[in-house]
Design a protein around this ligand. Structure first.
Ligand SMILES: Cc1cc2nc3c(=O)[nH]c(=O)nc-3n(C[C@H](O)[C@H](O)[C@H](O)COP(=O)(O)OP(=O)(O)OC[C@H]3O[C@@H](n4cnc5c(N)ncnc54)[C@H](O)[C@@H]3O)c2cc1C
Length: 399
């Protein structure tokens, strides 16, 4: 079977890439043959890529989703972030960022991955250019300068000039094909759940730095918050064993009452926190995307936002070639993609890693430094702007 594009991994990144390429086919009136392959099928029970997590999408990401005609799948039901309150538990520093001070309608949205999965599945099912092959498994991949050849467990063979690997942070094919990457284990866990607040301020997100790491509350729009609580592994295990009433008490005690009185807690899950950075995301006719390319600490809510900017860049570069009647992929496209993505990827990784380290430390000079930074940022919007611009994924042209 021959496809213009074959994508292995149909999580948030892979499914988005497939639909973006289909959009390219519509725009150019030259349909593309796209294969999206996953070991699990969306809609067939629990799916690791679309679990109970909620994530923040930046203002810049929302603009990209609109350009790719994917806003309905992602933003059908979502919370809105109009301000972010950042504080350091037990210390003086605090900063507030509002959409108003940056002349934006809002700073971002909060989406539940489960809902996004339903929205994406609906669009995948309605897209004749995409073959969604799942559950399916690839047993062998051969990569050449002209593309890739995939052998499937059922004996099928796929040939494509452009293979895109989006099989997640633990990517099997990243190691099997000899990619090298750097990995930092933060020695932390993220406990993720939702909490109902009886008197939440609409649109306000909270990030509170505690002695174990950041505790973030993202507004889901109906008085509920998505909670991402960074903890030492033993503490996370201990909290996971508590019943709902005791966990709710612990959360309220840790966070205080700024976001209201918490009344009900939802389903919980725990994630190990690591950073992974692949050294060179392109191998001949094959490209790594999403968590397979770079996996981030959730402190700044950047993982999927960064992946989406990768998807958008690939889409734009490929669209120009496609419109000119050229085939999929190619070394020139891969090189331009690398050049265009390098700076943003390094900045985002550095910012996220820096925040994860800075706000996890209990050393006095670090506490003093971050209190001072938060205090200064709170007084001067210009000081916040470089950080805010990166976090919101804003290009100057979007403002
Ligand atoms: C606690 C937490 C909070 C977060 N908060 C935010 C946030 O606020 N904002 C943000 O932007 N990001 C956030 N993120 C990051 C975001 O969730 C991820 O970046 C994103 O979900 C990654 O999607 P992915 O498709 O790249 O990878 P995955 O979700 O891992 O998907 C990989 C897919 O590949 C499939 N697969 C795996 N192996 C194979 C194989 N061998 N063959 C075929 N298929 C395979 C899997 O079934 C899966 O569908 C957060 C992450 C965590 C853990």
């Amino acid at each position: 079977m021959q496809y213009d594009f074959a994508i292995v991994g149909g999580g948030m990144t892979g499914a988005t890439m497939a639909l973006a390429l289909a959009h390219m086919g519509h725009e150019s009136r030259r349909p593309a043959r796209i294969l999206l392959l996953d070991q699990r099928r969306l809609g067939d029970g629990p799916h690791q890529g679309f679990d109970s997590r909620a994530i923040a999408l930046s203002y810049g990401s929302e603009q990209i989703l609109r350009q790719l005609n994917l806003h309905q799948a992602f933003l059908g039901s979502c919370g809105t972030i109009s301000s972010i309150h950042v504080s350091d538990r037990g210390h003086y520093g605090r900063a507030v960022m509002t959409a108003e001070e940056y002349h934006l309608p809002h700073l971002g949205r909060v989406v539940e991955l489960n809902d996004v999965g339903h929205g994406l599945l609906k669009q995948l099912n309605n897209e004749p250019q995409i073959e969604y092959l799942a559950p399916a498994s690839v047993v062998k991949v051969e990569v050449k300068s002209t593309g890739a050849r995939l052998q499937l467990a059922d004996g099928g063979v796929i040939e494509t000039p452009q293979l895109l690997l989006a099989d997640g942070g633990e990517s099997h094919w990243r190691s099997a094909l000899g990619w090298r990457w750097l990995e930092t284990d933060y020695g932390q866990r993220a406990l993720v759940t939702t909490v109902q607040s009886l008197d939440a301020k609409p649109g306000r997100a909270w990030e509170r730095f505690t002695s174990e790491g950041p505790l973030a509350l993202l507004p889901l729009g109906d008085g509920r918050f998505s909670v991402v609580w960074t903890l030492a592994p033993e503490h996370a295990e201990q909290l996971m064993r508590l019943d709902d009433r005791l966990l709710l008490q612990q959360l309220q005690q840790q966070f205080g009452y700024r976001a209201g009185r918490f009344s009900r807690i939802g389903q919980r899950a725990v994630y190990p926190l690591v950073m992974r950075k692949t050294l060179d995301v392109v191998h001949d006719g094959c490209l790594l995307l999403g968590n397979a390319a770079h996996q981030l600490h959730p402190v700044a809510g950047q993982g999927f936002n960064l992946a989406l900017r990768d998807v958008a860049t690939f889409y734009h570069l490929q669209s120009v070639r496609w419109l000119a009647g050229k085939p999929a992929g190619g070394a020139e496209l891969a090189n331009t993609y690398l050049q265009q993505r390098q700076a943003d990827v390094s900045r985002t990784l550095q910012m996220t890693h820096g925040l994860a380290i800075l706000f996890a430390s209990d050393a006095k000079p670090m506490i003093f430094g971050r209190s001072l930074a938060l205090w200064a940022m709170n007084r001067c919007a210009a000081l916040k702007w470089p950080l805010v611009r990166q976090a919101l994924g804003i290009q100057e042209s979007l403002r």
